[in-house]
Design a protein around this ligand. Structure first.
Ligand SMILES: C[S@@+](CC[C@H](N)C(=O)[O-])C[C@H]1O[C@@H](n2cnc3c(N)ncnc32)[C@H](O)[C@@H]1O
Length: 253
């Protein structure tokens, strides 16, 4: 099943994960939300940025373009397959950008190493997002910012032509992540992790027909189990709510 990202290297079809990441990234609403998020985090020349759950590495490249010439981006992903792909795509870019395998809950960096951290659609897949946020807070400098983007799968707007089937589809999507309501939880979770000046940009993303069809195929076993296989019929539509949330590690007193 290709919608689970807790351990991509152990999924049956990592190529599906990659195609889905590329497709999501290319959507105009996702690009606009990300541009707004980049402004919220205050990217500028000379800063050190850590991306967590960097996937294909495409966003790490965008971040690196904004911190040149004296800044640096380090991109970490738990999946060696994703690190290899990102290195193949961007390793020779000449940008101040490195990719490495690691676990957001156990980072190798000393405390206060980075001016900003960026994480997009990763926290929802973690068994323990609170541990991840504590670790991110540790490696940020005082006054540094965390930008987290996540969807709210429980609030996916689905129409399969029948309310019960639409609800089954939403449930099947939500079951793919450890924390399907992560998007809506982000502001509270950042506050609980000690971040201040938390600000939120919510936005919606309508998936094109071909992405909905691919998701329906991937979710077919779950839908069959729920006796809702007709939920994957042609003509279904799907809109995903996303939240970009920024918080600041309190400055040292
Ligand atoms: C849904 S993908 C999103 C990738 C990318 N941020 C994007 O928006 O295209 C989630 C990524 O988080 C990574 N990931 C999952 N658990 C992780 C962990 N504990 N530490 C670091 N990365 C992790 C996965 O390997 C995957 O590449």
């Amino acid at each position: 099943m290709g919608l689970k990202y807790t351990n991509v290297d152990r999924t049956e079809d990592p190529a599906f994960c990659i195609r889905f990441m590329d497709a999501m990234r290319s959507l105009p609403e996702v690009q606009a939300g990300r541009a707004r998020a980049e402004a919220m985090v205050g990217l500028r020349s000379g800063i050190r940025v850590l991306e967590l759950g960097s996937g294909t590495g495409d966003q790490a490249r965008e971040l690196a373009l904004r911190v040149v010439p004296d800044g640096e981006v380090v991109a970490v992903d738990y999946s060696q397959a994703m690190v290899s792909l990102a290195t193949a795509r961007h390793g020779e870019s000449g940008l101040p950008l490195t990719f490495e395998q690691g676990d957001v809950c156990d980072l190798r960096f000393p405390a206060g190493s980075f001016d900003a951290c960026w994480t997009e659609r990763m926290l929802c897949h973690l068994p323990d997002p609170s541990a991840a946020l504590a670790e991110i807070a540790r490696v940020l400098k005082p006054g540094g910012r965390l930008l987290a983007i996540d969807g709210d799968a429980t609030a996916t707007v689905v129409d399969c032509g029948d309310p019960a089937l639409s609800a089954a589809m939403v449930a099947a999507i939500a079951a793919q992540t450890e924390h399907p309501a992560m998007g809506r939880e982000l502001p509270t979770r950042l506050g609980d992790a000690g971040f201040v000046d938390v600000a939120v940009h919510p936005y919606l993303c309508r998936l094109p027909d071909e992405m909905v069809a691919a998701m329906a195929v991937a979710l077919r076993p779950v839908l069959i189990e729920a006796e809702a296989v007709a939920a994957d019929r042609e003509g279904s539509s799907m809109t995903v709510p996303l939240l970009a949330v920024v918080g600041t590690k309190p400055p040292a007193t």
